[in-house]
Design a protein around this ligand. Structure first.
Ligand SMILES: Cc1ncc(COP(=O)(O)O)c(C=O)c1O
Length: 460
């Protein structure tokens, strides 16, 4: 069977799977879903295979049935975007050729494609001609790379090496510090202000305390778009503090970097170009299927920590003749060109087209916040900065009710709503990355489930 025909069959099976799902997620408990998945999977390694068509359509049906579908208007929980068709199609082209960027002879054109992408995004963040970077699996890997480069500037000494980030920073910062041998306790959590942004005064005090103790400030990780609220740390003030304390500034803009596409929202990230390194994820605001992270450095020379020479990949005489891949800018060896699906979206929509999508999500999130404020049954906890709105269903047993109503919506297959904890309280959140999200329907479902959980409506 040719690939074309197989793709048609897979697409049909996916349409059947999503029709069987009926909502953003399949209704039922986790145990019921697991039983169904196991039934369809059957014997995972049969003695005799079932053939390409049966195998591919069965798996495609299961993926679509099992959802969730981030394109469903009632799916608004995570930084999980509905991918654009051109990105999916280009990803398929990549899979068909299976290039790998670690050596020139495995990906001659893709090597240039990634370099061109990195240069364009470096310009977007405000970097100059000495910038460089690489495509990563996402914010976690980019944060690890930022801290790796920062650590390698400050070799081990008898003094403690510290990393500073706000209490609202992503957990991957702590994990990266642990992996890099700095230790999780080397990460100093800096208090946040009332808007959940890093408190610049508290950072200044923490850096001064560290200096007084003779400790080494390896890096400050600022966040441009926190996971929970979308808050953007005060980048200019943090950059000035880093400069005076000799600390590397890494900005985790995995979430908020997409605002750069919008001329209305880009000023929120003013100061980003002062960072030594930046993480941006196009599988968040970017509508590219994961993995589509980008790690950028202001000075290409900083990547020397990653230099690697392997006789079978980049021997010196090949490199001297221009036969060089991208082994030396990544932590990985075999690496598919995820740059291609990003490039296609930049080309297809252009900056203004992408900006319009970001703005639409921002507008929808603000509309959700207005609806929350207008409802006597809901409490607005955080107004959107980017496209995240945090709120609660009002109930005496607030934490239990909010946690329970979210699970109820999942079990009924009605809506996918996010959950987090702010100031010790369980909160609900909508992360709007779908320009077609139906925020009114999601909030109506929340109120309905909240009434049941709070006991003001009979359970059917
Ligand atoms: C601010 C921030 N940084 C980093 C990450 C991790 O990104 P990834 O899941 O792509 O590794 C996330 C994930 O949501 C995030 O919100």
């Amino acid at each position: 069977m040719t690939l074309n025909v197989l793709i048609d069959r897979v697409t049909e099976a996916m349409a059947e799977g999503s029709a069987a799902r009926g909502g953003p997620v399949p209704a039922g408990s986790p145990a019921e879903l697991e039983a169904r998945v196991r039934r369809v999977l059957g014997d995972v390694l049969p003695e005799r295979g079932t053939g390409a068509e049966e195998a591919a359509t069965a798996l495609a049906w299961l993926l679509a049935y099992g959802g969730p579908d981030p394109a469903d208007p009632r799916c608004a929980a995570h930084l999980h975007c509905p991918p654009l068709p051109e990105a999916v199609a280009t990803d398929l082209a990549v899979s068909m050729l299976n290039p790998s960027l670690d050596s020139w002879d495995q990906a001659p054109s893709a090597v240039t494609m990634e370099k061109a992408l990195v240069a364009a995004l470096a310009t977007l963040v405000g970097y100059g001609e000495h910038a460089s970077g690489t495509v990563t699996t996402g914010g976690s890997e980019s944060n690890l790379m930022g801290l790796l480069l920062a650590r390698d500037r400050r070799p081990a000494a008898s003094r403690r090496r510290l990393v500073f980030c706000s209490r609202a920073a992503h957990f991957s910062v702590r994990r990266a510090a642990a992996l890099l041998g700095l230790g999780e306790d080397a990460v100093i959590p800096v208090p946040t202000d009332a808007s959940h942004r890093m408190h610049a005064g508290a950072l200044a005090a923490a850096l001064s305390d560290a200096a007084a103790m003779g400790e080494i400030p390896v890096a400050v990780v600022a966040t441009a778009g926190t996971t929970d609220t979308g808050a953007i740390d005060p980048l200019h003030e943090i950059a000035a503090l880093c400069a005076s304390h000799g600390a590397w500034l890494h900005v985790d803009a995995a979430h908020g970097g997409g605002a750069l596409f919008s001329s209305r929202l880009a000023p929120l990230l003013d100061g980003l170009g002062r960072a030594d390194s930046v993480a941006i994820d196009l599988h968040k605001f970017g509508w590219v299927p994961a993995a589509a992270g980008v790690f950028l450095v202001k000075e290409a020379g900083a990547l020397r920590s990653l230099e690697m020479s392997a006789a079978y990949l980049n021997p010196g005489d090949d490199v001297a003749e221009g036969y060089d891949g991208l082994l030396g800018v990544s932590l990985r060896t075999t690496r598919r060109p995820d740059c291609a699906k990003i490039l296609v979206v930049l080309r297809s929509l252009g900056r203004s087209g992408l900006g319009a999508l970001v703005e639409r999500c921002h507008t929808l999130a603000n509309r959700a916040a207005d609806l929350v404020e207008a409802s006597p049954e809901l409490e607005l906890v955080v107004r959107p900065v980017l496209s995240t709105v945090v709120f609660r269903y009002r109930a005496p047993d607030g934490d239990l009710v909010n946690a329970g109503l979210r699970r109820r919506l999942l079990a009924e297959g009605r809506a996918v709503v996010g959950r987090t904890e702010l100031d010790g309280r369980v909160c609900l959140k909508l992360t709007v990355l779908n320009p077609e999200a139906d925020v009114a329907a999601v909030l109506a479902a929340v109120i309905d489930a909240g009434r049941v959980l709070a006991g003001t409506k009979e359970t059917r």
